[in-house]
Ligand binder design. Structure first.
Ligand SMILES: [Zn+2]
Length: 475
């Protein structure tokens, strides 16, 4: 067996997460929420439209906005394994005591050590490494992870092959959920010490966090062979449970979706997309007071670009059959942009089915954009201008297919439709949208439905929207 690193579990991770009340998903998405609580399987939170929940399996952590110790928190906030203590060098207590004293880092002292290291020998470099490590641990304990990372980076300039420096840098990235960044120093450490159980343990954490379950299992099995602790066994068992869950996703079944994919989409990506859609489904279900009766087909295309992403007008018709067509060419994970597209497209499915496919295009696109989180901030002035010039597109044009629109007209139609929906939601809440959509299923026209539910003519709705834009964005 090769060099074995000292393996004392430290309280490195017990510092906690103290900032805004934010649920951070494994895919990187952040949900700002109130009253976040947890049970054994779900993270539960309040939205302005009621309570909703997420399976813990997709939550990386919960960041709370208070500094009160929450003993109820949280399996979701815990990393899969703890960080082993890896001293870059031993026996320089005097150096570490001088590097951090009186509750502060002594940067002048570290600069002096750096000057010594520049001109010389192994001992000077060892001292510098010890000082940077002490400074980094102190900064990390104060919550300044970026500064702590910088300390390790500076030390690695002089000691690029120091296992402890590499591993500790990796740990800081892991604590920040920056899993890809963590892999860089950890892979380097593993090349230097292929028999280190501690490094394999951390590699497993990085892969697990990055949703690379297969690789995580491999690393934790390696750590187990190299003689690791019971913690590894637990993490490994959990990763193996996740893997069998992934098998299910590969077959493309969840409660509400039926997935088909062509070409080489990664199973993990398909799984993450389905998870995100399940979450969106629950949200839309409560906001629109509607549950689509049948499972929704999702088609992942690996070799096709998707017009709706760029708000180009060429898509319409194709989408209103209720299926979700998601382009995943070159995608590794659910990026924030893709998360927006998923929510947008799923909204179309909801509105389509709820209205029996009778919702006009402006309502479809307005609500889909509103649900994905888009707002009129940047477009308000241009919209008010066009309204003043009397050059808004006619409601008749906006109701039908947008296929014939030029790119610019299409973009304008999207922007105006969003503004209209925003003004309806502002005046009466999202329930007004829900009532309007219901009325459209039986009313002879959209305008009649509008009058019966919101007591507005199309002309009133235009005026309401312009007044809203001025009030909300142009004051
Ligand atoms: Zn759309």
């Amino acid at each position: 067996m090769g060099p074995r690193l000292p393996s004392i579990v430290v309280l490195l991770l017990a510092v906690g997460f103290a900032s805004a009340d934010t649920i951070v998903l494994k895919n990187g998405r952040r949900i700002v929420a109130e009253n976040v609580t947890e049970d054994s399987t779900h993270v539960i939170y309040q939205t302005s439209f009621g309570q909703t929940s997420l399976p813990k399996s997709i939550v990386a952590r919960v960041e709370h906005d208070d500094l009160v110790d929450r003993s109820t928190s949280s399996a979701a906030a815990e990393p899969p394994v703890s960080a082993p203590a890896l001293e870059p060098v031993g026996g320089y207590e005097e150096v570490t005591a001088r590097a951090v004293h009186d509750n502060a880092v002594d940067y002048a002292y570290i600069a002096q050590l750096e000057a010594d290291a520049r001109s010389g020998g192994a001992i000077a470099v060892a001292k510098l490494s010890a000082a940077h490590h002490a400074a980094a641990q102190f900064l990390a304990s104060k919550g300044d992870t970026d500064a702590a990372i910088e300390q390790y980076r500076q030390a690695l300039v002089f000691a690029p092959e120091n296992l402890g420096l590499l591993a500790n840098l990796g740990v800081l990235y892991l604590r920040e959920s920056r899993f890809t960044a963590a892999l860089d120093p950890l892979e380097h450490a593993q090349r230097l010490a292929p028999d280190s159980a501690d490094v394999a343990k951390l590699m497993g954490w990085a892969y697990y966090g990055a949703n690379k379950t297969e690789e995580a299992i491999e690393e934790w099995k390696r750590a187990e062979r190299l003689g690791a602790d019971p913690e590894i066994e637990q993490a490994l068992a959990k990763a193996e449970r996740d893997r069998s869950e992934e098998e299910t996703y590969r077959e493309g079944e969840t409660a509400h979706f039926d997935l088909k994919y062509y070409g080489g989409a990664r199973p993990e990506l398909a799984r993450d997309i389905l998870r995100a859609l399940e979450e969106d489904f629950r949200d839309l279900e409560s906001q629109l007071d509607y549950t689509p009766p049948d499972s929704i087909s999702v088609i992942l295309y690996t070799r096709q670009t998707f017009a709706d992403i760029t708000r180009a007008p060429g898509w319409v018709g194709a989408l209103n059959d209720g299926r979700l067509r998601i382009p995943v060419q070159g995608l590794e994970q659910v990026t924030p942009e893709v998360a927006h597209v998923l929510k947008h497209e799923l909204t179309h499915s909801f509105i389509g089915q709820k209205s029996h496919y009778r919702a006009p295009t402006w309502l479809q696109e307005g609500v889909a954009q509103w649900m994905e989180g888009r707002r009129s901030t940047a477009d308000a002035a241009a919209l008010v201008n066009r309204a003043a010039q009397g050059t808004l597109p006619s409601w008749g044009t906006l109701e039908g297919s947008w296929m014939g629109f030029s790119g610019e007209e299409g973009a304008f139609a999207y922007a105006w439709s969003l503004a209209v929906v925003e003004s309806i939601v502002e005046a009466g809440g999202i329930t007004d949208i829900s009532r309007l959509v219901d009325e459209i299923t039986s009313a002879p026209s959209t305008e009649v439905a509008l009058k019966q539910t919101l007591h507005l003519s199309y002309d009133d709705l235009r005026q309401q929207t312009v007044a809203y834009l001025k009030r909300a964005y142009l004051r």
